[in-house]
Design a protein around this ligand. Structure first.
Ligand SMILES: Cc1cc2nc3c(=O)[nH]c(=O)nc-3n(C[C@H](O)[C@H](O)[C@H](O)COP(=O)(O)OP(=O)(O)OC[C@H]3O[C@@H](n4cnc5c(N)ncnc54)[C@H](O)[C@@H]3O)c2cc1C
Length: 311
């Protein structure tokens, strides 16, 4: 058990530390209790200092835009994680262009990087414009859309290891597979080199507009939600997750159904429609899983990452 004030002092960091900030204030799903503290490092050096100075039993989790996580509600005091949440924000937003390569820090939203590339007439990144998330989260998840994914554009990735040392990983070292990278959870992505290709403003703009229109027609674009809630079941079942959910008895008249709903645009987006707790969301999801299992003999696995305890 850490004395929180002494612990924070011993870290000797320059960035902001919040001890009373619930994750619900910044997760896309608007759920989540309190970690020991939330740390907003001022710079890469500050984050490295944090890792070097922290007691070895102080665990931590890193977040980008928090668009693919469900943080749990916590215990009766709202405590949901016995370690630090780290958010890479202002101190991680530098970007430079070197020929057709873009070197960007992990706290930059993907859409911002796409816009910078557009200004320099560099193409190949338009798929990122429709995916929420910051570069660190996009790489950690090997995010993808419209037939492209992060692994197609990454040259190298720099991470801080748990001892605060900087390591450079090649694209192959990142172990990218479908919506996954093998970068360990305790390694923090801080910067990456992105490969682009020469293009024209007109070509890039028309591609972005095309992807945004496609997205608007097929997925919800507003509201409190995260990415696809369930994994697609194995191919032999012949179903996609959204098809099974659309055919399921969606919970109605239960406490969870008052605060949670399935998006009418895309059934694999489960939405917090009225101050739902993480418990409400998980319970609602469980009812859908049980119904599909009972009727179709298929167990849908949850895709979004659940972090913390309680609820
Ligand atoms: C409306 C909507 C649409 C979406 N559409 C798509 C889509 O089309 N394709 C797709 O792939 N995804 C999609 N997603 C999911 C989400 O956008 C992606 O998973 C994205 O990569 C998450 O980035 P993030 O910054 O929000 O990461 P977070 O949600 O903050 O974190 C996700 C994971 O990455 C880790 N992580 C975050 N930052 C770092 C870092 N700096 N270093 C190490 N690990 C880190 C976290 O620990 C966590 O494990 C969608 C989500 C929403 C809400």
């Amino acid at each position: 058990m850490h004395n929180i004030e002494e612990l924070i002092k011993s870290l000797q960091v320059r960035g902001r530390i919040e001890t009373e900030q619930r994750a619900a204030e910044w997760t896309w799903l608007a759920t989540g209790g309190l970690p020991l503290f939330t740390f907003y490092p001022e710079s890469m050096e500050d984050l490295s200092q944090f890792l070097k100075n922290r007691p070895s039993d102080l665990c931590y989790r890193t977040f980008g835009a928090a668009s693919n996580v469900l943080v749990r509600d916590g215990d009766k005091d709202g405590k949901c994680f016995d370690g630090a949440f780290i958010r890479l924000m202002k101190g991680f937003r530098a970007l430079s262009v070197d020929g057709t390569k873009i070197i960007a820090q992990a706290g930059l939203p993907g859409s911002f990087i796409v816009n910078k590339a557009l200004e320099a007439e560099l193409g190949g990144l338009s798929f990122m414009s429709t995916i929420p998330g910051n570069l660190g989260g996009l790489i950690a998840m090997n995010a993808g859309a419209h037939g492209s994914e992060m692994k197609d554009i990454i040259e190298w990735v720099e991470v801080l290891d748990p001892q605060g040392n900087l390591q450079r990983l090649s694209c192959a070292d990142c172990g990218f597979s479908y919506r996954h990278s093998s970068i360990p959870k305790n390694h923090i992505i801080v910067r990456a080199c992105i490969n682009t290709k020469k293009s024209t403003r007109e070509e890039i703009t028309s591609e972005i507009h095309h992807f945004l229109a496609q997205r608007k027609a097929t997925q919800p674009t507003g509201g409190k939600m995260a990415g696809c809630f369930f994994k697609n079941p194995p191919e032999y079942t012949g179903y996609k997750a959204w098809q099974l959910i659309r055919g399921a008895n969606i919970p109605a008249n239960t406490p969870a159904s008052k605060t949670v709903c399935v998006s009418p645009i895309h059934a694999n987006f489960i939405m917090n429609q009225a101050n739902a707790s993480a418990f409400d969301l998980e319970y609602f999801a469980l009812q859908i899983q049980a119904d599909i299992f009972f009727n179709k003999d298929i167990w849908l696995e949850i895709e979004i990452e659940r972090i913390g305890y309680g609820g």
